[in-house]
Design a protein. Structure first.
Length: 276
């Protein structure tokens, strides 16, 4: 481990006890560590780079060897314990650094942990099994919000894909949950098979998604207009990543409220999950 980097991290954390982050300069850090500015720039491009390195390194220390399928939950718990131990540092950074910077720190800290423990068991899977389980997963939310959830009777019961049933169900559940949260009264799901692909459609009768929100809808931590207050913007991002892993993609379409399409689907916003 590089001793200069460790010294700069320790200096930053000590200085944050005395002044806010935006008042700390590179001169403060180098003077406290007894090194030159050139030495600082040899290791970091700016103070934000130092903060990112410190966050990621603290996370690695917290995880230690808890990065396997059997121990990843302990690893997450240790990350939160480390956050509590470094609360003054974390809170100062939170109040002083732009949100996208913090999101970058969080992503680098957690992505590899998740990637290392996710195991895909790909096999021929009926779309009906995925859809009906996803519907069951959100039924309590439908009851709470008084939303009617229905599955198109014209769906192809024999349509199947080669994918991991568990993770595709997670993806579809996230999409259906999003549709329920933004519906006025109804959500409809369908699943169909065509010559070149199979697809699952999820449609509600709520307000159309804005063009601006469409640009970022699958971006990690993005919460568009109309999102619930407790939304952290990861559900649709996770869904998109899972679908993409199994050779698929997701389309988002607007449906005019005064027009019924040929399948007699409800109006609003429609997600089309297409597997090639």
């Amino acid at each position: 481990m590089n001793t200069t980097k460790i010294a700069l991290e320790a200096s930053l954390k000590e200085l944050l006890k005395k002044k806010p982050f935006d008042k700390i300069t590179i001169a403060d850090l180098t003077e406290d560590c007894g090194i030159s500015r050139m030495a600082f720039y040899y290791h970091f491009k700016d103070i934000y780079d130092l903060v990112e390195w410190a966050c990621v390194e603290d996370g690695k220390k917290a995880l230690r060897d808890k990065k396997t399928y059997d121990t990843w939950q302990e690893g997450f718990a240790q990350i939160f314990e480390a956050v509590l131990e470094n609360k003054p540092f974390i809170m100062n950074v939170h109040h002083s650094v732009r949100r996208e910077k913090i999101e970058s720190f969080l992503y680098k800290l957690t992505y590899q942990l998740i990637a290392d423990v996710v195991e895909f068991d790909e096999k021929d899977t009926l779309l009906s099994e995925i859809v009906y389980e996803a519907a069951d997963n959100v039924m309590a939310l439908c009851d709470l919000r008084d939303i009617r959830l229905s599955i198109d009777e014209g769906s192809d019961k024999d349509a199947c894909i080669h994918a991991d049933a568990y993770w595709q169900c997670e993806a579809i559940t996230n999409i259906v949950k999003n549709a329920v949260e933004h519906a006025e009264s109804e959500v409809r799901i369908g699943f169909y098979r065509y010559e070149m692909y199979a697809e699952i459609t999820v449609q509600n009768d709520g307000e159309a998604i804005s063009d601006e929100d469409k640009k970022h809808i699958f971006t990690r931590f993005y919460s568009g207009s109309g999102q619930p207050a407790d939304s952290i913007g990861i559900g649709l991002s996770l869904a998109e990543a899972i679908v993409r892993h199994d050779n698929g993609y997701i389309l988002v379409e607007d449906c005019k409220k005064d027009v019924l399409n040929e399948k007699n689907e409800c109006s609003g916003t429609r997600f089309v999950v297409r597997y090639l």
